[in-house]
Write a protein that binds this ligand. Structure first.
Ligand SMILES: NC(=O)c1ccc[n+]([C@@H]2O[C@H](COP(=O)([O-])OP(=O)(O)OC[C@H]3O[C@@H](n4cnc5c(N)ncnc54)[C@H](OP(=O)(O)O)[C@@H]3O)[C@@H](O)[C@H]2O)c1
Length: 270
């Protein structure tokens, strides 16, 4: 089962192991990483999992998600597979690196970091991910940074193993992915959001969020995260702060009343 909020590990460099260990000990049950040394220290996640295992917090109780990042998203100096190999081999090598980094045979979710320039290339990569799924290396598959409804729908139609995760930047520029999110709801795809706080200071400052924060005695960030979980979105949070980790987990201690939800939903349509 995917947790309702996930701890993201981007940009944490040599602090990754320490922060992931702390996040899980505070109560996060899901981790998002990527085989992309440019932004993620996947090995650090593996070190945290190893340390947690010794403390009795077992791998099988942690939802672990990693990504295959195409060459365009990699630092040319640190590509974790052979960039000259065929695409399907790049996926295999990247996943083998992830297994090694994470010290695990399987991940709960394997996500394609972004669509490839051509749809046939995307499908070649997807078929390689399906093979990993077939071999029980990944329990579900997903895609990220896919903002074109037609591309997502075509992938959904052509995939043998359907995408069950869509991880996107959640911001006004894409109309908060209204159409994509409707598709996700209809077909049981989990929509994961990132940039959720960073891209939306105007929402945090909005009258309705301020009122609800006062009513529930919570922060604006907690109100926004809680709202998103109530409409079925799984937010990612990469906080490095102890206080924010605890606040992000405490969003399940309160519930926004049904009467307030339409006012909040309206913020995503403005
Ligand atoms: N698929 C992709 O291409 C992609 C791209 C970007 C990110 N991601 C994933 O998404 C994760 C989250 O990234 P993000 O871009 O959303 O940013 P983020 O790393 O979560 O940072 C957002 C900001 O929010 C603050 N924050 C967190 N919780 C808060 C709270 N309760 N109250 C107030 N401030 C709070 C953080 O500051 P403090 O540290 O001080 O709390 C930070 O400045 C990443 O780690 C990564 O796993 C994926």
């Amino acid at each position: 089962m995917m947790p309702k909020i996930i701890y993201g590990t981007a940009w944490k460099k040599d602090q990754t192991a320490r922060l992931v260990e702390k996040a899980i000990r505070y109560g996060f049950a899901g981790i998002d990483t990527a085989c992309q040394p440019k932004h993620y220290n996947e090995e650090g996640v593996g070190l945290a999992l190893e340390a947690l295992e010794k403390q009795g917090l077992h791998r099988e109780h942690i939802f672990l998600q990693t990504k295959f990042t195409p060459v365009a998203g990699q630092d040319p100096e640190r590509i974790p597979y052979n960039p000259d190999a065929p695409l399907e081999e790049q996926v295999r090598q990247s996943f083998a690196t992830s297994q090694d980094n994470l010290g695990t045979d399987y991940v709960d979710s394997l996500v394609l970091h972004s669509p490839l320039p051509r749809f046939d290339q995307l499908m070649t990569v997807w078929r390689a991910m399906e093979a990993i799924y077939d071999q029980q290396g990944a329990r579900q598959l997903g895609i990220s940074n896919c903002y074109d409804w037609a591309v997502f729908k075509r992938l959904y139609d052509e995939a043998r193993v359907k995408p069950t995760v869509l991880q996107n930047r959640f911001y006004a520029e894409t109309g908060y992915d209204q159409e994509l999110r409707a598709f996700c709801r209809e077909f049981g795809v989990v929509y994961q959001s990132f940039w959720t706080l960073t891209a939306n200071p105007h929402i945090l400052r909005s009258r309705v969020v301020q009122e609800l924060a006062r009513l529930h005695q919570r922060t604006e960030a907690q109100v926004f995260f809680r709202f998103l979980t109530q409409i079925g979105i799984v937010p990612l949070t990469g906080t490095t702060s102890d206080q924010h980790m605890q606040e992000d987990l405490a969003i399940f201690e309160f519930e926004i009343g049904a009467d307030a939800l339409p006012r909040l939903e309206a913020l995503l349509k403005a």
